[in-house]
Design a protein around this ligand. Sequence first.
Ligand code: ACO
Length: 335
Amino acid sequence: MDYYNRKMLLKSTGRYIAPWLVKNDDLAQWMDTSDEWIRQRTGIEQRYWVPEDGDIGASDLGLEASKIALERAGWSPEDIDLIIFGTLSPDMHFPGSGCLLQHKLGLDTTPALDIRQQCSAFLYGLTTADAFIRSGHANRILFVGAEVHSPALVKADRGRDVTVIFGDGAGAACLEGVETDEPVGVISSVLHSQGEFARSLMMPLPASRITEEDVREGRHDAYMDGRNIFKTAVRKLPEVANEALEKAGLSIDDIDIIIPHQANLRINQAVQKSMNIPDGKMYNNIHRYGNMTAASIPVALDEAIEEKLVDKGSTVLFLGLGAGLTWGGVIYRHF
Ligand code: ACO
């Protein structure tokens, strides 16, 4: 069969945010921080965490987001050919949360693929889904990005640079192959990784190369060289945006809305400024949720669709950079 004209339609989206509202002032009870510091440095006003009893995992939040996306798509779980699950905070070290979600959806043997691309998970996931669809390997794909960061965050002074940033939530997207000659769906995608900088943002444990020192030093806590990641993001995101635009034969003026990863409002403002992007074209919701890693872009997309900022004919640029390092840009035209 010729799949040349098969394009990937973002059929529907859904989101589910953890229930416990944690404001910046709440964090100041546990660590030396302040609402003022967090707002000024990151733009974050609040985030949502799962309750502390440890009963909710990434697959549970992913399940709730998936139910919404599936209902909006008019799909039953049996319609799914493949699940792609992005998370850095899986329910268990292994197996992947995709398998857990597959079972929770009541499915029997539907394939599930976990991806470990952190804040770039949506970009890698969308590109992978597009390739599966164009090659005819799958026609209906459920992408889920879900994170339960909060149980692993250090709620004390030594973790304050990381803890104040992250929130728990999930975003889901139903992706479907459609035959059309129109220039729609994924127009271009550019993905990068650079393992040289893996240690600038990492959680070393649990791991196959575990030493007594790792355990003694508590290397199951996340480590982030925030300043360096910030500088890298401000440089790499415009670069990759321009690569994706060039590959698509488009200019930034052809883009209706940019939906970037939500790591820091100042990063997105710097990208906006360096690319001369007008206000209103850059979607930000970090003030409400903090950084939800793999969930950030799909949640932002779900909100942008609800607010009619993404509609039929809209050309969207997705951008993100995170641990790995991994980063990328995807241009998608909705139809
Ligand atoms: N409250 C108060 N003070 C704090 C806090 C806090 N929560 N955290 C750090 N500080 C202090 C530091 O100790 C430092 O004090 P000092 O000057 O006395 O040494 C001071 O504030 C400034 O610290 P910086 O790290 O320089 O602050 P910066 O302005 O860089 O902001 C931040 C830190 C928010 C982490 C920023 O660097 C950032 O957003 N980096 C990028 C993060 C990112 O994009 N990550 C990738 C995605 S996440 C993923 O992939 C999993």
